[in-house]
Design a protein around this ligand. Structure first.
Ligand SMILES: C[S@@+](CC[C@H](N)C(=O)[O-])C[C@H]1O[C@@H](n2cnc3c(N)ncnc32)[C@H](O)[C@@H]1O
Length: 309
């Protein structure tokens, strides 16, 4: 969630404005995305949940939860989503698999993946602050000695050798990329033949008004989501076979609602911690962010395979 004002047209235009739409802000560079997480990662945890930094699974099937607050519910939803994705990736792995977590956040999902699969996990992120948090989580975790490491890395230019990993996952990281095809190509390159990439990605549905798109791209430090068809083309151009697609859109809609409520509820605490300037910038973005998530963002899981040869 970015609160830095890095654009000339800083305030969102009113939805009914007849003025020409401002040009969309350029896609953020990895360094800018990393700086956003360094500075505002904790703010994001206050409104998105503390277990991870991804969309939660708010709509479980046939299950009751014991959440006592909205933030607890968010934590539970994130844990459920992490576990669900780990189950998918774990299926069919070889013994002692080597795994890559692309955009590892604060490390919780990577630790879960290592436990779930018994494999060795490398997590990469563009945020130094997140790396420090990953280290803390790893130190506090028992039984994972030597099986998990975290390092700085940009998926659009990986320095890992070809054919290194049995599988990779990337949970809610690809929305940040200024060059998604490069990220896909790099992910494919470092997978061994037959290896799999499990990724989640946003897709644009319908036509949003510019203030909604702008609120989303600023708060999420991302380029505007593309239609889903564009993602599918890029996936195929990168040389992946599609093994599974799952629509998880109900979760992003609820996530947007929840972030909105939690932000309003904790606004004073956020102001105290991050300053008046930060909330003055973020306040007007929250409502269009919420309607954009509700009305214009689809959320997909894709399981992709690197062909054997
Ligand atoms: C929404 S967070 C998700 C974090 C984590 N996957 C989780 O589920 O909690 C997005 C993550 O992607 C990382 N990221 C963004 N751009 C990246 C890039 N170019 N290369 C690698 N990681 C990136 C961010 O630093 C952050 O860790």
């Amino acid at each position: 969630m970015t609160v830095a004002d890095n654009s000339a047209n800083s305030g969102p235009a009113p939805a009914s404005s007849s003025a020409p739409a401002p040009a969309p802000a350029p896609a953020p560079a990895p360094e800018e995305v990393g700086a956003m997480y360094d500075r505002f990662g904790d703010l994001l945890a206050m409104v998105l949940g503390r277990s991870a930094l991804h969309v939660g699974m708010f709509v479980p099937h046939g299950e009751r939860t014991a959440a006592a607050s909205l933030l607890d519910l968010s934590d539970l939803a994130q844990d459920r989503q992490t576990a669900y994705l780990a189950d998918i990736l774990a299926d069919g792995l070889p013994p002692d698999p080597r795994l890559l977590d692309i955009g590892c956040g604060t490390g919780g999902p990577a630790l879960h993946l290592a436990r779930r699969t018994g494999g060795r996990v490398t997590g990469i992120t563009v945020s130094q602050e997140q790396l420090a948090r990953c280290g803390e989580r790893l130190n506090a975790a028992a039984g994972l000695e030597g099986r998990v490491d975290f390092t700085y890395g940009n998926v659009m230019r990986l320095d890992h050798a070809d054919d290194t990993y049995d599988a990779a996952w990337s949970i809610d990281c690809f929305p940040h990329l200024s060059d998604r095809p490069a990220g896909l190509r790099e992910a494919r390159r470092v997978l061994r033949p037959g290896g799999r990439l499990l990724m989640t990605e946003f897709a644009r549905r319908g036509t949003a008004v510019p203030p909604e798109t702008e609120a989303f791209t600023r708060l999420w430090a991302s380029p505007p989501p593309t239609p889903f068809a564009a993602l599918l083309e890029e996936v195929e151009e990168a040389g992946f076979r599609i093994a599974r697609i799952q629509n998880m859109t109900a979760n992003i809609a609820l996530c947007g609602e929840l972030m909105h409520v939690l932000y309003q509820e904790q606004r004073d605490a956020i102001e105290q911690r991050f300053g008046k300037e930060a909330v003055a910038h973020t306040d007007p973005l929250m409502e269009p962010f919420r309607t954009f998530c509700r009305d214009h963002v689809d959320y997909y899981l894709l399981l992709l395979g690197k062909p054997e040869n």
